[in-house]
Design a binder for this molecule. Sequence first.
Ligand code: NDP
Length: 434
Amino acid sequence: ASRDPNQPEFLQAVKEVMHSLWPFLQQYPEYAKHGLLERLVEPERIIQFRVSWTDDKGQVHVNRAWRIQHSSSIGPFKGGMRFHPTVNLSVLKFLAFEQTFKNALTTLPMGGAKGGSDFDPKGKSELEVMRFCQALMTELYRHIGSDTDVPAGDIGVGGREVGFMAGMMKKLSNDTSSVFTGKGVTFGGSLMRPEATGYGTVYFAQEMLRKHGDGFEGKRVLISGSGNVAQYAADKAIELGAKVLCVSDSGGTMLYPEGMSEAQLAELMEFKNEERGRLADFAQRHKLPFEAGKRPWHIPADIALPCATQNELDANDAETLLANGVKCVAEGANMPSTLEAVDRFLAARILYAPGKASNAGGVATSGLEMSQNAMRLSWQHAEVDEKLHAIMKEIHLNCIMHGQKDDGFVNYVDGANIAGFVKVANAMLGQGVI
Ligand code: NDP
């Protein structure tokens, strides 16, 4: 903490992992040798750079951008790019640290990274977004490559932005090897990548419920966010017969008191992905209840899927969810629950899945996209979905292997942290002190 005093999100993520690892390290002290932990919390490389771009009126803007190359122990650096005004070094360091464990859990050979900029895409024209992406790539291109570092999307970076960056990468490098994942399917993207994180989160929750003879059928589900992850989590939950009661954005929560229908989801997706509008306007247009400035967690439900952003669910929210009888929380977002909220869930012994396990389906499918690119072929929709489903089941089993306690309770936080750590640590030990 004394080294990184202004990085609360990064310290929060490290603290959670160290809390899980502590008893494990006492049992297996060889993992605490060779400066392994000290090396694991220090990113291998951080790049910070200026992005200058011109808006439609000819005015010049300057943003700050980063790439955190956290760990290449088990494969090329891999992790998304985030464009949001809240992006800073602490947020990206926490995301890159988490990504390292998550990628290890996917069973695929990928290291951990994250990047992004404090650029705010809201209200920008398509040409402005394109100029920004191209300006960013004039620096980033020299630091990435298909065997070095493979970026993807995240908050504010969807297929459109990945396409602009991948296009500029190709032009600057004179190389068509597909460096980004999450590309359009016409230039190397994998089918199912847009669906993967949301679907994977629901697949993971399904596994947790199945272990207790339960499922999604008839369950009331709360979803926060209304972006890529939230939309496809809703899609899969509806398909499995659940009642999705709400979605949200930074303006508030929109309610579907009777449960969202497939047709309503299609309307929402069209609005969010094509018009790129705000939920408050959509709610007004479709006469749906909208709670301005509120988060979804006070609504009585059985399952909660936080799919917006970090620290969007605090101890009070956790207590409200528990008082209302929520049985399962699976995180689609990265670190949406505060440490105190996680403590409440674990103390109540509900089914709680941390993002690094339950949202790993996105990067796993990115790993599948890398394989398809390397082989120069593309798999069918069903084949990718089957592989994604199998990976989520495997991650669930790994969490049980390392997180099941003597009385049968599964602490998925411990399970995910220890399983991810063991894989990365073994690779680090095998490669010597570097
Ligand atoms: P999108 O940009 O598509 O959507 C983000 C959603 O979260 C929007 O509804 C946005 O609302 C809301 N949101 C963002 N910041 C805030 C905030 N500070 N307060 C309230 N709401 C906020 O991003 P994704 O769906 O891709 O990502 C969502 C989460 O999932 C992130 O934590 C991301 O790291 C994680 N994730 C994503 C993966 C992927 O494959 N895309 C993979 C693994 C994890 P608004 O428009 O109002 O900002």
